[in-house]
Design a protein around this ligand. Structure first.
Ligand code: 5GP
Ligand code: ZN
Length: 114
C-alpha cells in the first residue's frame, strides 16, 4: 500500500522515531504525543482496521499485545500503568487506516473518555 503513511514508515521510506521492529510488527513514536510515552504499534502488513482482521491474524494480534508489554517495560511505565487503545472507524476516531495500537503512559489518565 504505497499510499499508506504507516506502510511507508514501516518500509523506512518515511522518517519516524522507530523504537521496535521485528518480522511481524513495527513500533514508532506518535508524531503528536498526548503523554510522555505515546507509541504506535502496527502490523508490518497492511490491515486497514480491526474490521479487516481474519482468523489467521489471531497470532499477530496476540503479538501486538506482547510487544506493547515489552515496550511498556522498556519505557519504564509497566508498574505505573498505561493505556492501550485501538481506534476503529469514524466513531472510534480512527484517522489512519492501517491498524495500530496506541501505547500511552507516563502520566495519570482519566476514564471514561468520550
Ligand atoms: P488514530 O486516530 O488513527 O487512532 O491514530 C493515528 C495517530 O497517528 C495519531 O495519534 C497521529 O498523531 C499519528 N500520526 C499521523 N501521522 C503520523 C506520521 O506521519 N508519523 C507518526 N509518527 N505518527 C503519525
Ligand atoms: Zn498501510
Amino acid at each position: 500500500m504505497s499510499g499508506c503513511v504507516f506502510c511507508r514508515i514501516i518500509a523506512g521510506l518515511s522518517p519516524s522515531q522507530m523504537v521496535y521492529q521485528d518480522e511481524q510488527v513495527s513500533a514508532f513514536r506518535d508524531i503528536h504525543p498526548v503523554a510522555p510515552t505515546h507509541i504506535l504499534i502496527a502490523p508490518n502488513k497492511h490491515i486497514a482496521s480491526v474490521n479487516d482482521l481474519t482468523p489467521e491474524d489471531e497470532p499477530l494480534v496476540g503479538h501486538l499485545f506482547l510487544v506493547a508489554r515489552h515496550l511498556a517495560r522498556q519505557e519504564g511505565i509497566d508498574q505505573s500503568g498505561y493505556r492501550l487503545i485501538v481506534n476503529t472507524g469514524r466513531d472510534g476516531g480512527q484517522t489512519i487506516f492501517h491498524l495500530h495500537m496506541h501505547l500511552i503512559g507516563g502520566q495519570r489518565m482519566r476514564f471514561p473518555m468520550g
